[in-house]
Design a protein around this ligand. Structure first.
Ligand SMILES: Nc1nc2c(ncn2[C@@H]2O[C@H](COP(=O)(O)OP(=O)(O)OP(=O)(O)O)[C@@H](O)[C@H]2O)c(=O)[nH]1
Length: 329
């Protein structure tokens, strides 16, 4: 069989050329569809045949939207119309639309993605008279790229979560919680809206550890973490600030409202035993609260105010709530 370049202009060679080109198009590892202005299929290659289960002879001269009623008709018609009108290429990536044709993925490497991800290129085809009467759709199987990117995104998201989370209590760790505090400090300072900061510390935790063991201590920290998560509102941010010290940021909350919340939390912990090794172990916490003040310069000033209140609670006998500026209760 002659190669394409050695074929002359005589009609027999023209047929040869057409035959070779058709073979090339058929074996292309991308989908290839040729549509006329009425969206009738004029060419349907073996990629489309294999993935759709519709043979070339069954597809030819059929209307694309009749053959595939599930296609996003309005969007696709607009897209094709723009190619006819502007006479220029256009694209659609899997990130905009995961797929045009609902094909199963058959790539062995991508066992986890059941559906094929596709990029589509729309190409206007000029006739000999320079008018565009046909549009070619190239369908690329990008399942591997899309799946890898999605896996990477999900791994990054897990890493992001891990880097923010305290492994023992599953609350935010100090670094991330402090970032949240900085943001809330700036936001509330700007808006002039109230916000409160609670710091709390487990009482006599050294003795607790020494008496019941470090693992019982860990269990106590987990329990406090769970109760903080359970008691806080969705907009409150709880974190593990230090070894046995925790912080809760309460946006849009006055110090009086924060005090009601803190008292409920204190009481809950004082009446909830840590269950360890068949034993019920009692625990209490001391709490310090401060309201965000207009004259505070940084979030550190806010922490310091709550820390001073916490110190008051400890000094006054522990298992209590103190508010910055008030005398200990
Ligand atoms: N089990 C356990 N203990 C921890 C952890 N982090 C810090 N601690 C312990 O927490 C204890 C804190 O003790 P102190 O700072 O003396 O305070 P305290 O005994 O709670 O006394 P007050 O705060 O004054 O009531 C230390 O014994 C630390 O070892 C942890 O992750 N697990």
């Amino acid at each position: 069989m002659p190669d394409i370049d050695s074929i002359t202009d005589n009609p027999a060679d023209g047929m040869q050329r057409l035959h070779l080109i058709m073979q090339l198009l058929q074996t292309l590892d991308n989908g290839l569809i040729l549509l006329d202005r009425d969206h009738n299929i004029q060419l349907w290659n073996s990629f489309m045949e294999n993935h759709s289960g519709i043979s070339t002879s069954d597809a030819r001269n059929r209307n694309l939207f009749e053959l595939f009623p599930d296609l996003p008709q309005a969007w696709l018609k607009r897209k094709i119309e723009s190619v006819f009108k502007l006479q220029s290429r256009t694209f659609c990536t899997w990130e905009e639309h995961p797929r045009l044709f609902n094909f199963k993925s058959t790539r062995p490497m991508t066992g986890h993605s059941a559906k094929m991800y596709q990029n589509i290129t729309f190409i206007p085809l000029h006739g000999l008279d320079k008018t565009v009467n046909q549009v070619c759709l190239l369908v690329y199987d990008v399942t591997e790229i899309a799946t890898r990117k999605k896996e990477l995104e999900s791994a990054n998201e897990s890493l992001r979560l891990v880097s923010r989370t305290d492994g023992l209590t599953k609350l935010y760790n100090r670094a991330y919680w402090e970032e949240c505090l900085k943001l809330e400090f700036q936001r509330s300072q700007r808006s002039g809206r109230p916000a409160s900061l609670i710091l709390l510390d487990i009482d006599h935790f050294k003795t607790f550890n020494d008496t019941h063991g470090h693992q019982a201590g860990d269990q106590a920290l987990r329990m406090v973490g769970q109760l903080l998560q359970k008691f806080r509102r969705a907009t409150d941010t709880a974190g593990r600030y230090g070894g046995e010290e925790f912080g809760i940021i309460l946006p849009e909350t006055t110090v009086e409202q924060a005090k009601i919340f803190a008292e409920r939390l204190r009481l809950k912990i004082a009446t909830s035993d840590v269950i360890w090794d068949g034993e019920s172990l009692a625990l209490s916490i001391s709490i310090g609260i401060s309201a965000l003040q207009a004259d505070m310069n940084t979030h550190q000033d806010w922490i310091e105010a709550s820390d001073n209140a916490l110190y008051q609670s400890k000094a006054a006998g522990r298992n209590r709530v103190s508010v910055a500026g008030d005398s200990a209760e």
